[in-house]
Design a binder for this molecule. Structure first.
Ligand SMILES: NC(=O)c1ccc[n+]([C@@H]2O[C@H](COP(=O)([O-])OP(=O)(O)OC[C@H]3O[C@@H](n4cnc5c(N)ncnc54)[C@H](O)[C@@H]3O)[C@@H](O)[C@H]2O)c1
Length: 383
C-alpha cells in the first residue's frame, strides 16, 4: 500500500486532534494510503519531544521550515495560530508539499487568496480544516437540500455560542490578540458557520455586521492549554484587541436570508454550534452538542403527523457511520477530524482535488473581511 508521511506543525488542541486522526484513519477506513506519523514540530524542544513520544511520531523538529524541507515529509499539517498559516503554507507550496491547514485559512482574505493561488500553481492537494462538514448529520442535511427535499431555501440561521471567557479574570490568551488571531469570535467560530452556510446554501451577495468587545483588559496569560488558561498573579493587565461577539446578516445569491451570531459570552453555552434552514418544502435543524441527530420537518407529511422528526444519523447508510460502530453507537467531536483526514489522504492517494480546499478557505475569509468592512463603514458591503 502507498504510504504518506505526515509532518504536523503544532501539538496542542488541534495538533492533538489531528494526530489522533492520523492514527485512526487506517484503523477504521479502507484508505488507499497509509499515514505515517513521520515528524512533529513545535518551538520548545522538550515539549515537542514529549508530544512526539505521546502521539507516536517517529521524530521531531523545532523549526517549521526544517520540517517542510525534509525529503521524507509528503504533507504538512498546519495547526499553529492564524498569523503563521500563510508563511507556512506558502513555503510548503514552494517545496511542493501537500497542505492541510486549520481554519481560518489566514488572518485576512488577501493572504488567504495568495495561499490558494500558490497551492493551485504548485499542483499540490490543499484542504482547510472545516471539520464540521464531516459530521454525518450535516452531510444528511446537505443531501436533503441537494435532493430538493427542502425546496426553495428561504432562511439560514447560524449560531456559534461559547462562554469560555465570560469571566473577566480569564487571561489574555493568543485568541484575544489581533496580531496573532486576526479576530476574536468572528474568525474563530463565525468562520465555521460561514463555511457551513456556503456549503449548504451557497454564496453570499452582501453582508452587514455588528461586533462588541465586552471586557477590554485582562490579566496577562501564564499558561494555556486548549481553551483553559491561567493568568499571572501580579496585577498586570493587557488590552483585548479582538471582538468578544460578532453578529451579521446576509442575503445569499439565491435570495435566501441569513443571520449569524458568534459569541464567547453566551453564559452556559460551551460549544453551542447550531443552525436551522427553512425551505418551501421543509426544514432542517442541527445542534452540535447532539451531533448524532438531525431534525427534519417535511411539509408534505399528513397534517395529523406534521412535526420535526429526530433522525439518529448512525445507520450504515449515513455518511461515515458504517466505518465506526453498529447503529445507535454514537460518535463524537474527534471523529470529524478522522473523516476529514480520510478524505485528505484519499485525495493524495488518488490524485484528486481535496475539499473543502483553500478556495473555500479564501471564500470564508472574504466574508469575514466584508463583515469587518461593513462595521467600519456602517453600511452593507457587496461581496
Ligand atoms: N477545526 C476546529 O474545530 C478548530 C478548533 C480549534 C482551533 N482551530 C484552529 O487551529 C489553529 C490552532 O488552534 P489551537 O487551538 O490548536 O491552538 P493551540 O494554542 O492549542 O496550539 C497552537 C500550536 O501551535 C504551535 N506553534 C505556535 N507558533 C509556532 C511556531 N512558530 N512554530 C511551530 N509551532 C508553533 C504551538 O506550539 C501549539 O502547539 C487555529 O487556526 C485555530 O483557529 C480549529
Amino acid at each position: 500500500m502507498k504510504e504518506i508521511n505526515a509532518g504536523l506543525i503544532g501539538y496542542k488542541f488541534m495538533g492533538r486532534a489531528h494526530s489522533n486522526a492520523f492514527r485512526q484513519v487506517n484503523h477504521f477506513f479502507n484508505a488507499d494510503a497509509k499515514i505515517n506519523l513521520k515528524a512533529i514540530c513545535g518551538r520548545d524542544k522538550i515539549s515537542v519531544q514529549n508530544a512526539a513520544s505521546k502521539f507516536g511520531f517517529e521524530s521531531y523538529e523545532t523549526d517549521w521550515k526544517k520540517l517542510i524541507d525534509r525529503d521524507d515529509i509528503d504533507f504538512v499539517d498546519i495547526t499553529s495560530p492564524g498569523n503563521l498559516h500563510s508563511d507556512m503554507a506558502l513555503y510548503a507550496a514552494y517545496r511542493k508539499k501537500h497542505i492541510f491547514c486549520e481554519k481560518p485559512l489566514a488572518n485576512d482574505s488577501a493572504k488567504a487568496f495568495e495561499m490558494w493561488k500558490a497551492a493551485k500553481a504548485a499542483g499540490i492537494k490543499h484542504q482547510v480544516g472545516f471539520n464540521y462538514r464531516f459530521v454525518p448529520a450535516i452531510l444528511l442535511a446537505k443531501k436533503l437540500i441537494d435532493d430538493g427535499r427542502l425546496g426553495t431555501i428561504y432562511h439560514f440561521r447560524g449560531l456559534y455560542l461559547q462562554d469560555w471567557i465570560v469571566d473577566p479574570e480569564f487571561p489574555l490568551v493568543w485568541r484575544l490578540d489581533k496580531t496573532v488571531a486576526g479576530s476574536g469570535a468572528h474568525g474563530d467560530i463565525n468562520a465555521h458557520i460561514i463555511d457551513l452556510a456556503h456549503y449548504l446554501v451557497g454564496d453570499m451577495k452582501k453582508v452587514i455586521g455588528m461586533q462588541k468587545t465586552f471586557i477590554r483588559k485582562r490579566p496577562i496569560v501564564e499558561t494555556m492549554d486548549g481553551l483553559k488558561a491561567s493568568g499571572s498573579s501580579d496585577a498586570a493587565l493587557g488590552e483585548v484587541t479582538v471582538d468578544d461577539a460578532s453578529v451579521f446578516m446576509t442575503e445569499f445569491q439565491n435570495g435566501a436570508l441569513g443571520t449569524f451570531e458568534a459569541t464567547r459570552f453566551a453564559t452556559g453555552r460551551k460549544n453551542g454550534m447550531s443552525f436551522e434552514i427553512n425551505g418551501s418544502k421543509g426544514s432542517v435543524k442541527f445542534e452540535f452538542e447532539k451531533m448524532n441527530e438531525l431534525q427534519y420537518y417535511n411539509n408534505d407529511d399528513p397534517a395529523t403527523e406534521k412535526g420535526f422528526r429526530v433522525i439518529s444519523v448512525t445507520e450504515d447508510s449515513h455518511a461515515y457511520a458504517g466505518n465506526w460502530w453498529p447503529p445507535g453507537h454514537i460518535i463524537g467531536y474527534e471523529h470529524t477530524f478522522v473523516h476529514e483526514m480520510f478524505e485528505f489522504v484519499q485525495s493524495i492517494a488518488n490524485d484528486r482535488a481535496a475539499t473543502p480546499d483553500f478556495e473555500d478557505g479564501y471564500k470564508c475569509c472574504r466574508i469575514l473581511d466584508a463583515v469587518d468592512t461593513s462595521i467600519k463603514d456602517g453600511q452593507w458591503i457587496n461581496v
